[in-house]
Design a protein around this ligand. Sequence first.
Ligand code: MN
Length: 359
Amino acid sequence: MKLGFGFYRHQLDRDHMRFARQCGATHAVVHLVDYFRGGGAANAAGDQPTGTKTEGWGVAGGTDDLWTVEELREIKSVLAEEGLEWAAIENFDPGHWHDVLLDGPKKAEQLETVKTLIRRVGEAGIPMIGYNFSLAGVSSRVHSDQVRGKATVLGLDGPNETPVPRGMVWNMVYDADAPEGVMPPCTHEELWERLEDFLRAVLPVAEEAGVSLAAHPDDPPLPTLRGTPRLVYQPWMYDRLLDIESGPHNRLELCLGTVAEMSEGDVYETVERYAARDRIGYIHFRNVKGKVPRYRETFVDDGDIDMRRVLRILKRHDFQGVLIPDHTPQMTCPAPWHAGMAYAMGWMRAAMDEMEDGA
Ligand SMILES: [Mn+2]
């Protein structure tokens, strides 16, 4: 298994790459969607919904503003110069596929857009795209200091059913001029049909391009959020996703924290089941205390999950993929984010080395 580092779009510079390499990373997972534009996800209020289009992670990219092969190759070569191999892209831009999620009028056109993106990603030699097939997206979390040493963390304080305004999906605005109103209703079955349409349309292209698609479970993993259904909010719901297409390019972006937050199931059995079947694309290696509807994200060594036990399971199944810290508590110092990431990376590097040595 390999130690990776997740880069947000605004962090794609040599300083951040060197920081990751110094932390022991050999691989990179890159977010190309800019959730931090104009405040976005950095919003100090967390991602509490207000029911207006000024909430959330900001404005999605333009529909025609597609990643180009040149752009991808340029990022890849800078990463390589800094000693990092590009393992995956994390997330599609709502601007590219909002009507795939919403079953809207541009769905057919946007499925073609996603196919184009996958072909380009393959051409640039990037082997995987992580995605989150979700209407409300990652939303409704609160900031808290109820963890070790009062670090700043994210958590959940109960479900939130504030409706999603029209023109938003996945916690971003794709149409600032959308009329008043809220996202049209959708059932769980309809959402699964949308996912099936998506996977059946794009997986053959992914296979041809040599790109795996890896699905993140719903964060937070509640049956509904903001009046919208969630797709994978219990561990075994991943089975249904894998059953849609059994090929090797239909994979999981296994988020340990999210799985542990689920009200049912067991994180070790889940890792065991999907590692044994070789269905794990890459791993979000983060820890948490509690379960929905109330939990707190924690330091990697201070949550409900025995992370070494997870590493042992992965090792036993000879998992060859990448582990990244996902998000971490922010530490009290002049560089809270850097310190939190460095702490998680150091812990992971040591634990992974120990595992490789057969300890
Ligand atoms: Mn995650």
